[in-house]
Design a protein around this ligand. Structure first.
Ligand code: KG4
Ligand code: ZN
Length: 344
């Protein structure tokens, strides 16, 4: 079969990324221009600034990608782009750029759901991975347990009812005086803390539910701090961080293992920014090993937002001729289960 080369564009939040990937697995280039430094001073992503920043760098990112891949645009078979969920202005920059590019080189346009992109990063990192498997998608905006029945066929079997895991990390980090983004900082400082110091609640919801809820945990951390403040006590930041992290990780791991058992699945993968978390990787690894389950996650660079994961997801759509037309619009609240058509 002829090799298929997809150019993937990702601009849903604060990374402008363009990648070129062959056959959904071989990454020729994956240029990521992160805006973290720009947003840091505001303590979070400022949507308007994100859109402007995408506009100002995206052409340059394309140029860099082509240069690194040592390719001309004629080598590209299709242009894949994230169309949701994400920040509307940020998404529109990528979508319009993708449309113009696809039109100018007369190649098809492919619309990719950002969450499907995150999951697909595992196909790049693990060449032998094939459905069925379960993926825990944990990022700044999403916490989903997804059963991958086949390429492009999904069932969302659990999701957060309030905050996403990464959002909880970021909010708690801010409240204990760490910077932005909070996830990596909590991960880091937790190594010096005692994870058993404070017993924060593990919210598991109804019996048998595979859904998550993290807003109560976030409030518990705030209450803990306020109580100490009233008593004029100082918090031990490393202990709070480690105990909070343990509570999140505990619930994520136990629900993922429950899901694998319930559906009789022997492979578990992780995706999204929080999948870089050291303690999550460690505990999930231990529990999977005990239960004879294969456990996979992408390297850090493919966990956070990147164009390669979009190109990979785009490849499987290309094979099914699932193309978008020029009426493609940003869908900031795009729901995964609707997109996938797998949720009953
Ligand atoms: O997937 P991603 O880059 O963007 C979204 O689609 O949201 O994920 C970013 C999220 C942020 O909330 C960040 O704090 C979190 O991933 N994150 C981490 C770690 N690295 C990134 N959370 C916990 N531990 C980490 N090591
Ligand atoms: Zn993401």
């Amino acid at each position: 079969m002829k090799d298929i080369v997809i150019l993937g564009i990702e601009t849903s939040c604060d990374e402008t990324s363009i990648a070129i990937v062959k056959n959904g697995k071989e990454v020729f280039t994956n240029i990521i221009n992160s805006q973290i430094e720009i947003h840091k001073v505001y303590g979070g992503v400022v949507p308007e600034i994100a859109s402007r920043s995408h506009i100002s760098v995206i052409s340059q990112v394309l140029e860099e990608a082509l240069k690194e891949a040592e390719m001309g645009l004629t080598a590209i078979d299709a242009v894949a782009v994230t169309y949701g969920p994400g920040l509307v202005g940020a998404l529109l920059v990528g979508i319009n750029f993708a449309k113009a590019l696809a039109f100018s080189i007369n190649r098809p346009l492919i619309a990719v759901n950002h969450i499907e992109g995150h999951i697909s990063a595992n196909y790049i990192a693990h060449k032998t991975l094939e459905p069925p498997f379960i993926t825990l998608v944990v990022s700044g905006g999403h916490t989903h347990l997804v059963l991958l029945k086949d390429y492009g066929s999904y069932e969302v079997i659990g999701m957060t009812r309030d905050d996403a895991a990464g959002e909880a990390f970021d909010k708690v980090a801010r409240s204990i005086g760490l910077g932005y983004p909070g996830g990596p900082l909590i991960d880091q400082i937790s190594r010096q803390g005692n994870k058993e110091a404070i017993q924060f609640p593990r919210v598991t919801l109804e019996k048998d539910s595979l859904d998550f809820s993290f807003s109560g945990l976030k409030s518990s951390v705030l209450n803990y701090q306020n109580n100490l403040k009233m008593k004029n006590g100082a918090i031990n930041v490393a202990d709070v961080a480690a105990s909070f992290q343990e509570a999140v990780v505990d619930v994520l791991v136990s629900k993922t293992l429950d899901a694998a058992k319930r559906f009789g699945i022997k492979t578990v993968a992780m995706a999204g920014g929080v999948a870089s978390n050291t303690r999550l990787r460690e505990l999930m690894g231990e529990k999977c090993q005990k239960n004879d389950i294969r456990f996979l996650y992408p390297p850090g660079i493919l966990c956070t937002d990147n164009g390669a994961m979009i190109a990979c997801a785009g490849y499987y759509k290309f094979l099914k001729s699932e193309f978008a037309d020029y009426s493609l619009n940003a869908e900031p609240n795009l729901r995964f289960e609707h997109f996938a058509g797998g949720h009953q």
